[in-house]
Design a protein. Structure first.
Length: 196
């Protein structure tokens, strides 16, 4: 049985995305660097000196300052110009998956959770790259936001030597917004009492 707006074979087409690469290995525009580490630490209010003070980092057995682990995604985020410019080469796997979900009526999205595993700390000069693949697309679920599907992707972050430094499971809910109840009509104002 197909759901709202879904054509025969829709489920099979969705299932075919499991294991598929959405975005090929894409290097960060810039290497890990001290100014960005400092900006991040300041923005987050993180005063751990191993992020900004080489002597403090060496006192802990590190060779130099390190980047906060939670910055991993920041190194590979595309800048504003890259997100607004048309991509060369046409749609990628991510665009195709979104189009297929839109076809099923799942036109709204909300991030639900992110689970990261860090394998080693990054230091200035490391050059990170990321690839993303689909881990799973759930069966249709009813949620408070509307009927939808949970899409889990796996981002694998590697360094300049091709070694994995971190992984990130990113889960979103793609859903059909629940209809909003019609507002009750405004009450008619009572007539003013006649003067006595």
């Amino acid at each position: 049985m197909t759901g709202y707006g879904e054509q025969p074979g829709y489920e099979e087409r969705l299932r075919a995305f499991t294991g598929r690469e959405l975005r090929p290995l894409t290097p960060a525009q810039d290497p890990v660097n001290q100014p960005m580490i400092r900006h991040w630490a300041e923005a987050m209010g993180d005063t751990n000196p191993v992020y900004t003070d080489a002597e403090a980092a060496r006192a802990t057995g590190r060779e130099a300052v390190v980047a906060p682990a939670s910055m991993i995604q920041a190194w590979t985020m595309r800048g504003y110009a890259a997100t607004t410019a048309p991509r060369s080469g046409g749609p990628d796997g991510f665009d195709e998956l979104v189009a297929l979900l839109d076809e099923g009526g799942y036109t709204s999205v909300v991030a639900t959770d992110s689970e990261c595993t860090f394998l080693r700390e990054l230091t200035p000069g490391d050059h990170v790259a990321v690839r993303e693949s689909v881990e799973s697309v759930s069966a249709e679920k009813r949620t408070g936001l509307g009927t939808g599907r949970f899409v889990t992707t796996l981002k694998t972050y590697t360094d300049q030597h091709g070694e994995t430094v971190a992984t990130q499971r990113w889960r979103t809910l793609r859903f059909r917004p629940a209809p909003t109840p019609a507002a009750a009509p405004a009450p008619t104002p009572a007539a003013a009492p006649a003067p006595a």
